[in-house]
Design a protein around this ligand. Structure first.
Ligand code: SF4
Length: 422
């Protein structure tokens, strides 16, 4: 047998054992968490073990809360992300509140409006719960008239007359929130329509955060933040500046799901170690974010009871992720760097004269490959103008690839996205 064939066979075997191991560990994908058995029990067991050994003796039955920046509001460290049809998933809201998950995150565009409508259905049935919830929604509009229209639409859908935290959704540059926006925010606050204002961002997060730290009317930011990103100098400085300015921070994409998978011995070792601590891979990655006291909340996509239960268990579990696992995680992050898009779109998109929204396409791939949510991936993909989608395939990506600090195979990934989602 040739060396090439041997290598191929070995790689195939490796990939198969990796897949089955990671599957049994409930690793790295929202779907994967569903393979876990009784996460609350395993978490409690792990915590009991830890309490016995280090005498922490902390209560395990109360969802921890943190102050959301200068707002002074206590929010649950686990937030309910709802990029899905909440109308059909009312039981989840009830259970989330019961477990102390009081930070609820939605947006005008999630699930064609059915995320907000589902919350409205719940508040109409249980009006007394509205005041228990820190309700966050987002506006895709940028003009003041557009924001007013969408805010009114959110009120109607969610059966409420105020929003706790209102975000400009998915900004890529701080210039998207202007002095005009500030005037709109001041009026909306005076009228009692919104309590706090900020933005969400998964592109150029660090730059947006640094700029926001100098704008005293920004109360909160929701940004991509995870073990791959949180140790970079830029992100550490951005978090420090926002914390100093009293801006509440919500992490999203906390598990750093990748655009592509690759064989890695380090990943297997990392997951094995996490399991010995009583965590799945997904739970442990959230714990790494919660280790950072500057992060008030992780907004996590939790479309079913299994994931809600697993994430709640992780939030309650007091077992620390040790330095050994943290080092392994950093090693894995380094080895798999080319499979994860970090949202530094200023670099690659500028190299393409801003003709392709690379970051958005990479996010679509993550939704389809890791969340296993083709519908969500397609809905984001089809927001890209038709002409751009068509021209993407033929584009020359060599300059963008040269400039990508993580050496992502942009051309291949874009073409794969077009094939998988078009
Ligand atoms: S493709 Fe590379 S340069 Fe572009 S956003 Fe992703 S990591 Fe950054």
């Amino acid at each position: 047998m040739s060396d090439n064939k041997n290598t191929l066979l070995r790689d195939n075997n490796y990939q198969q054992s990796r897949r089955s191991f990671l599957k049994s560990a409930g690793v790295a994908s929202l779907a994967g968490i569903g393979t876990m058995v009784s996460p609350l029990l395993s978490s409690a067991e792990a915590a009991t073990k830890t309490d016995e050994s280090n005498q922490l003796g902390k209560s395990l039955d109360k969802m921890p809360t943190r102050k959301f920046g200068k707002t002074g509001v206590d929010v649950s460290i686990l937030g309910l992300g709802t990029m899905f049809d909440v109308v059909a998933n009312q039981i989840l809201l009830k259970q989330a509140l019961k477990w102390g998950v009081n930070y609820w995150d939605t947006a005008d565009c999630y699930s064609g409006g059915n995320s907000e409508k589902g919350m409205g259905k719940f508040f109409a049935k249980y009006p007394e719960t509205r005041k228990e919830v820190f309700l966050v929604t987002k506006s895709c509009a940028r003009s003041n008239d557009g924001m007013t229209r969408l805010l009114n639409q959110s009120f109607e859908r969610m059966q409420t007359n105020y929003i706790d935290l209102y975000f400009a959704h998915g900004i890529r540059d701080i210039s998207e929130v202007t002095d005009d926006t500030r005037r709109w925010v001041e009026d909306a606050k005076k009228a009692g329509k919104i309590k706090f204002f900020g933005f969400s961002t998964h592109s150029n997060m660090e730059k947006c955060m640094m700029a926001a730290s100098k704008m005293d009317w920004i109360d909160g930011i929701m940004m991509t933040y995870n073990y791959r990103i949180m140790h970079t100098t830029q992100m550490k400085e951005a978090v420090a500046a926002c914390t100093e300015a009293g801006i509440g921070l919500t992490a999203m994409k906390a598990q750093a799901l990748t655009q592509a998978n690759a064989a890695s011995e380090t990943e297997l070792k990392m997951v094995e170690n996490f399991m010995q601590l009583g965590y799945t891979d997904a739970q442990a990655k959230m714990k790494l974010v919660w280790e950072m006291p500057q992060i008030a909340c992780i907004a996590s996509q939790m479309p079913n009871m299994t994931i809600l239960s697993a994430n709640t268990a992780a939030a309650l579990n007091t077992t620390k992720i040790s330095q050994v696992e943290q080092n392994l995680t950093q090693q894995y992050a380094m080895e798999s760097s080319c499979n994860y898009c970090r949202g530094c779109t200023d670099i690659c998109e500028a190299a393409l004269n801003n003709q392709v929204p690379v970051g958005d396409v990479m996010r679509c791939l993550m939704y389809s490959r890791q969340y296993k949510d083709i519908e969500l991936a397609k809905s984001v993909f089809y927001q890209i103008p038709e002409q751009t989608r068509k021209s993407m395939v033929e584009m020359d990506y060599s300059r963008a690839e040269q400039q990508c600090p993580h050496k992502m195979a942009i051309a291949n990934l874009i073409r794969q996205a077009v094939e998988e989602l078009a």
